[in-house]
Write a protein of this length. Structure first.
Length: 393
């Protein structure tokens, strides 16, 4: 029997400058000896030897970046941005908000609000839009453009971004969805959330083609698509491996990243250590990037082929304050962008050379990051709780 600690329902009652859970000791008499041993083992795994550690000159340089404000949500708590994505043409940024609406704003500073999409579902107690993606241009094939795929509660919505018309709606039966990924090479998308399953859909009609989970968990144990192995806690990130539509990554609260082989419907590789609490999982050129909500070694690179730790990447603000990560992503150039919370919320940028680290301060926690790159320039966008920021790479 698994023992999961649910903390989300207490977040609103927490009133302190300390990170949530920082003053809680898990090694108490309330835990069984097996659980205590497991916690100690997980902590020891954070000290895994790096295959490719950075040189000191790379690890000790941090400079402050000056972000540009794209849009401010003000102090209205219901407008808090939980996720964001830049449109394929780079002209707009979509932000999924706590009130269940998607706000589409111009990507240029001062461009303003373009569209507000969706109405809160009166039957959902927490209608937050927790994940979204623009439909890849490779899917279009003459079909309607500017389509968002958004998750709200337990629903997946295909929404025409200009008119707000809902083209299709998929209900996951009470699952609270935390994350969403689209495949660039094939018309597929994947979702995951509190029920620990990773679902893969054919975007042509939103047809479920795979349900990847531990077959011993939940009512889906006898599902025809079920996998005998899977996550043991909530899943907060999914990402396809570029150029391989059969390899899908997932990670979350169980400190494990799984690389699913969609042909076999089971994990082909696992990585132990990352504690993922947001859209902080990506892959490029055989490397897996993870961002963890913790002070020690939050940003890491892993070898996809072996599951071994390649590099602990430095992550700090110029004043030395740590950032606990909610989001991390590769830019097409190989640069890395990441953001999170802490006493000094910031958007972090690390170039491909890994020889320096830039930190752009934010007024509120950075919940999501995205990158838009053209032949001339690249821009990193940060979806913060109260604003959307951008930094040129």
């Amino acid at each position: 029997m698994s023992h999961n600690i649910q903390v989300e329902s207490y977040a609103d009652q927490y009133d302190s400058d300390e990170p949530l859970g920082s003053n809680v000791s898990l090694t108490t008499s309330a835990l069984k000896s097996l659980e205590t041993s497991a916690i100690a083992w997980r902590e020891s795994c954070f000290e895994e030897e790096e295959l490719c550690p950075l040189q000191n000159r790379q690890a000790d340089q941090t400079r402050e970046l000056v972000p540009r404000l794209i849009h401010s949500f003000g102090d209205e708590a219901s407008h808090e941005a939980l996720c964001c994505a830049v449109s394929p043409d780079g002209h707009a940024v979509a932000a999924g908000c706590r009130d269940g609406r998607v706000r589409v704003v111009a990507s240029r500073p001062g461009g303003g609000l373009l569209h507000t999409l969706g109405d809160p579902n009166p039957h959902v107690s927490e209608p937050s839009c927790t994940a979204l993606r623009w439909r890849p241009e490779t899917w279009h094939a003459g079909e309607t453009r500017n389509v968002l795929i958004a998750c709200k509660g337990g629903e997946v919505l295909h929404v025409h971004a200009t008119s707000g018309f809902v083209l299709s709606r998929t209900d996951e039966g009470g699952n609270h969805i935390h994350c969403l990924a689209t495949c660039a090479d094939e018309p597929m998308f994947a979702t995951a959330g509190d029920d620990r399953g990773v679902r893969v859909y054919d975007a042509r009609g939103a047809r479920l083609v795979a349900d990847l989970r531990d077959a011993r968990v939940g009512s889906m144990a006898a599902h025809a698509h079920a996998s005998p192995e899977g996550h043991s806690n909530s899943v907060y990130a999914v990402a396809w491996v570029p150029s391989d539509c059969n390899l899908l990554l997932s990670g979350g609260w169980d400190n494990t990243v799984l690389a699913w082989d969609l042909r076999a419907r089971r994990p082909a590789r696992s990585i132990f250590g990352p504690h993922i609490c947001g859209d902080a999982l990506d892959a490029r050129n055989g490397e897996v990037l993870t961002g963890s909500w913790r002070e020690r070694n939050p940003l890491q690179l892993w070898d996809l082929g072996t599951g071994r730790l390649r590099t602990n990447l430095p992550l700090r603000c110029p004043d030395g304050e740590p950032t606990l990560l909610y989001s991390a992503k590769f830019a097409p150039s190989g640069d890395i962008v990441a953001g999170g919370s802490g006493r000094r919320p910031a958007l972090h940028v690390m170039p491909q050379s890994r020889e320096s680290l830039g930190a752009a301060p934010a007024e509120s926690p950075v919940h999501a990051v995205d990158v838009h790159q053209t032949a001339e320039a690249a821009v990193a966008v940060a979806g913060c709780a109260r604003e959307i920021l951008c930094v040129e790479l």
